[in-house]
Design a protein around this ligand. Sequence first.
Ligand SMILES: CC(C)(COP(=O)(O)OP(=O)(O)OC[C@H]1O[C@@H](n2cnc3c(N)ncnc32)[C@H](O)[C@@H]1OP(=O)(O)O)[C@@H](O)C(=O)NCCC(=O)NCCS
Length: 147
Amino acid sequence: MRHSMELRIATITDAAAIIAFDHVAALEPARVRLIHDQIKSSACYVAVIDANVVAYAVLNYKFYDNGWIEMLYVHPQFRRQGIGSALIRHLINECRTPKLFTSTNQSNVPMQQLLATLEFDRSGFIENLDESDPELVYFKRLRDNAT
Ligand SMILES: CC(C)(COP(=O)(O)OP(=O)(O)OC[C@H]1O[C@@H](n2cnc3c(N)ncnc32)[C@H](O)[C@@H]1OP(=O)(O)O)[C@@H](O)C(=O)NCCC(=O)NCCS
């Protein structure tokens, strides 16, 4: 039985735990830098269960000044338990702009399913980032006021 889950802003002491379960961090120094940078700018959020960091997500405003979920990663052993969805719902509440965007590869069906479940809409796609795997852009309107 799962104990209660905490969702909070990441601190620099969470970086090691994140890097340990994000398999890309072991392969790409740029991912490690991203994690550190986003933690330092208070854009990184973590899900914590029993004092263990089990997932992280990054919300910043780099996408044409709109809310932008740059990253979502759930520890492989904790997937399919609603943690990714809970983190995204938390970012929806935290987002400071009326529109929230994210993107995922065409090959990433789990992420597409998750976004569909949370009623994100498709908003075009970008080719030529990953070879032969277009980046599908998703969008969710959070508020009507256009600020
Ligand atoms: C994509 C990812 C974040 C999903 O996290 P998660 O915590 O397992 O997702 P949830 O448990 O909240 O799933 C919510 C819904 O998404 C869909 N979903 C999630 N994983 C799925 C899978 N492997 N296959 C099909 N649908 C899936 C389902 O509809 C699921 O609801 P259900 O379990 O009631 O059927 C996780 O698989 C992950 O970290 N993957 C590696 C990193 C990644 O690809 N990140 C996104 C790239 S931008």
